[in-house]
Design a protein around this ligand. Structure first.
Ligand SMILES: NC(=O)N[C@H]1NC(=O)NC1=O
Length: 349
């Protein structure tokens, strides 16, 4: 979900039946019996009424934007068409009170908006996939901590659900995979789960699938590393080019993959001062002009100061050394991402 992105292409055409069937099969949540909700104030009372009549409580976590929510989170995903300024807030608080009073012990209401502002997002934009979730406008009640012990109730709007089912955003409803599960995945599923281990790396995952069965998570990681190491120089450069600039325009517009978004955050790149941002932009450009690929560094292993310093130092390297250094960082990023997906059952001494 870059910030976790919901990106798609074209209009979605899943019918209600298809949605229900595939939701029931592959996800563990129910679809609200609400087919025409536009998320705007106009039909708030209609939705509230439907919610009141619907028993919806499933355990799932949805990752959207920069955040993911644990299984005990109560999440209502809302969007707003915002015809009238301020309508979102009154709409959301109405909804909140209706539901809270009636059926839930507690509720986290998360409101999504476009990068352009609170009231600019419409469901149409969401369905055509032209926007990205970039920002959390705020929580009703403004106290995030107070939401940590919530019941497992999830209400996912139809459009978000469609996006999830189409694989355009991630759900964390599933546990980490056990190795046996990894080994039994058909290649389509394997690519779905591991295609992001190398950024936009479906091809890498598709190739690594041939190396099953993996006898340990280390062997799985090694298969990815081996593939990367064996690439010709143009292939290595090509892989490096799949990565977004750190704190670059994709980050700025909220268009990073979910993985990159979290990595940026871990390094503190979401809190750069304007001076630091300008320095990074300038160094990134110089680096790309010199080498023809972006500066890549494992953000989870570095803080922003180390990243800026790394840029300054590595810009002086020879191109061939930089390909190897960049690829080494790609491998570190990949290793960490793989360990996020798969349970490590290696006995610890
Ligand atoms: N340019 C670059 O290093 N990008 C990345 N690094 C990282 O840890 N995640 C990225 O997307």
């Amino acid at each position: 979900m870059s910030g976790g992105i919901l990106r798609g292409g074209g209009r979605l055409s899943l019918s209600d039946c298809e949605l229900r069937a595939s939701a029931a099969k592959s996800m563990r949540y129910e679809l609200l019996p609400c087919t025409d909700w536009r998320g705007c104030g106009r039909c708030a009372s209609d939705l509230a009424e439907k919610l009141r009549k619907t028993r919806v409580h499933k355990r799932i976590t949805v990752t959207l934007g920069n955040d993911s929510y644990s299984e005990s989170t109560v999440l209502v995903q809302t969007v707003s068409s915002g015809k009238a300024p301020g309508s979102c807030h009154s709409y959301l608080s109405n909804l909140f009170h209706v539901i809270l009073a009636d059926k839930c012990d507690a509720l986290l209401l998360r409101h999504l908006c476009s990068k352009f502002g609170h009231d600019r997002l419409s469901v149409v934009e969401l369905l055509t996939g032209t926007f990205t979730f970039v920002e959390l406008v705020g929580y009703i009640l403004n106290a995030r901590e107070s939401f940590l012990e919530l019941l497992s109730v999830v209400v996912v709007t139809r459009c978000v659900l469609e996006q999830i089912l189409r694989g355009h955003c991630t759900t964390m409803g599933k546990q980490k995979l056990e190795l046996a599960e990894v080994n039994s995945l058909p290649y389509e599923e394997f690519i779905k789960r591991f295609g992001g281990a190398v950024e936009h790396g479906a091809l890498v995952a598709g190739a690594v699938w041939s190396r099953r069965p993996f006898t340990s998570i280390d062997k799985l990681c090694a298969a990815f590393m081996d593939f990367l190491d064996k690439l010709p120089i143009e292939g290595k450069e090509g892989v490096i080019r799949l990565y977004p600039d750190l704190a670059g325009h994709l980050a700025h517009s909220g268009s990073l993959t979910a993985e990159s978004t979290q990595e940026h955050k871990a390094a503190g790149l979401d809190t750069l001062t304007s001076e630091e941002r300008a320095t990074m932009a300038e160094l990134n450009e110089r680096y790309k002009t010199k080498f023809g690929f972006p500066f890549v560094i494992c953000a989870r292993e570095n803080k922003k100061e180390a990243i800026i310093n790394g840029l300054e130092v590595r810009i002086g390297n020879h191109a061939s050394a930089e390909v190897e250094t960049g690829l080494g960082e790609v491998k570190k990023i990949c290793d960490l991402r793989l360990r996020d997906i798969v349970t490590d059952s290696t006995p610890k001494l």
